[in-house]
Design a protein around this ligand. Structure first.
Ligand SMILES: [Zn+2]
Length: 43
């Protein structure tokens, strides 16, 4: 039962709810700054 907290953290890492996906090359970014920087490379 004491493992539940560890599992939750692991789950959160796997879900990665805050991810920015590039529509051009389908590359995923966790930070919006990295994403906006990458997006500018396509235009
Ligand atoms: Zn891209």
């Amino acid at each position: 039962m004491c493992n539940s907290s560890t599992f939750q953290i692991h789950e959160k890492t796997n879900t990665g709810e805050k991810t920015y996906k590039c529509k051009e090359c389908h590359k995923a970014f966790i930070r919006s700054i990295s994403f906006s920087g990458h997006e500018s490379t396509h235009t």
